[in-house]
Design a binder for this molecule. Structure first.
Ligand code: FE
Length: 342
């Protein structure tokens, strides 16, 4: 600090003094993520760089609202979301700035990148089907569309439509097949529900284990978490289901995926530290920590899935531009209301 002051005084460049004062050895995150792996990542980053990571957690819309209200005075450097749709929204509201780094650029699979460079993916996950190993044969499964067949009447489990994972899935269906089709799909699927939507993704798997339904739509990593759980009930639930990646046929879209991603805040006070953190999070070592702790997929092509997730095999992912998950979000929410998906 003393050096900085002397430097500023001797050069008399006042703007430079202000810049120096702003710089701290910290980086501030507004994060929607809710996984224990994140704390491990930030600890490892602090250890490596000496930069302290401060995290404010809330849901994505609350964080976006906060960024908007704080404007130029926002302390946030990075906005972290589990939904490309919310990152697209933050970008659309002019709350983000491009994240330029050749390190990040070379760390990430080409097809997962944001075309506008306003966010960087740090992990991805597939919204898959899981089925009762006792009551369903895997040959009976094919696409999200086929889940509306009468044969699945009173057998389908899925969480509420207020959940971002389902909103993103329906947004992808709107983007791929149009709003009319999306409405008929959602309405027919509701007809096949075995109960009113309740609980989270893990609860749908537990409901299959308890015989309350035969097939569920869930995020892939939750199955990894159940299968590695120390809780007997969770382990049993995970073991009672098989994993199926929908829409794998030649003319089909591939399974719906979404990313967890990071955007650089428009007014980031610690921009350099922020970029360093994203470089770290997309590196091989941090990506290994993600795949082995939260069972998500790596965005770095050098990093393989965990043993559990890898055992499900490779799959074709939907190549839709993930910004479309934000573009069609309001349409998807309206369709959910019309379809009576609670
Ligand atoms: Fe989650």
């Amino acid at each position: 600090m003393k050096k900085t002051i002397i430097f500023c005084l001797t050069t008399l460049i006042l703007s430079s003094c202000a810049d120096q004062a702003k710089k701290s050895n910290e980086v501030n995150l507004y994060s929607q993520r809710h996984y224990t792996v994140d704390e491990k990542q930030y600890e490892a980053f602090e250890l490596e760089t000496g930069i302290k990571v401060n995290v404010i957690k809330a849901n994505a819309d609350e964080l976006i609202e906060r960024l908007k209200n704080e404007g130029e005075n926002s302390p946030a450097d990075l906005f972290v979301s589990v939904d490309a749709g919310k990152l697209q929204k933050a970008g659309r509201l002019n709350l983000l700035q491009p994240l330029e780094s050749s390190v990040i650029n070379s760390n990430i699979s080409e097809d997962l990148k944001d075309l506008n460079n306003l966010w960087v993916p740090i992990t991805y996950r597939a919204r898959i089907m899981v089925y009762s190993k006792d009551r369903v044969k895997v040959e009976e499964l094919s696409t999200y569309s086929a889940l509306t067949d009468a044969k699945w009447k009173n057998r389908v489990l899925v969480r509420s439509s207020s959940n971002a994972y389902n909103q993103a899935l329906l947004s992808s269906i709107v983007a791929n097949k149009g709003a009319d089709y999306a409405l008929s799909w959602a309405t027919s699927l509701v007809n096949n529900f075995s109960r009113d939507p309740k609980g989270n993704d893990r609860d749908q798997v537990k409901a299959i284990a308890a015989g309350q339904g035969d097939i569920a739509i869930v995020n892939s990593y939750y199955i990894g978490l159940l299968l590695s759980s120390e809780k007997e009930e969770e382990l049993k639930a995970g073991q009672s289901v098989g994993v199926f990646f929908p829409n794998q046929g030649e003319n089909q879209s591939g399974s719906h995926i979404n990313i967890s991603g990071i955007g650089l805040a428009k007014n980031a006070p610690n921009k350099e530290n922020a970029i360093k953190l994203v470089e770290f999070l997309t590196s091989e070592s941090a990506q290994k920590r993600y795949v082995n702790t939260s069972y998500e997929y790596s965005v770095n092509p050098l990093v393989k899935p965990s043993a559990i997730v890898g055992s499900w095999g490779e799959f074709k992912r939907d190549s839709l531009d993930l910004n479309q998950l934000g573009v069609h979000r309001n349409t998807a929410i309206k369709i959910f209301d019309k379809s009576a998906w609670k």
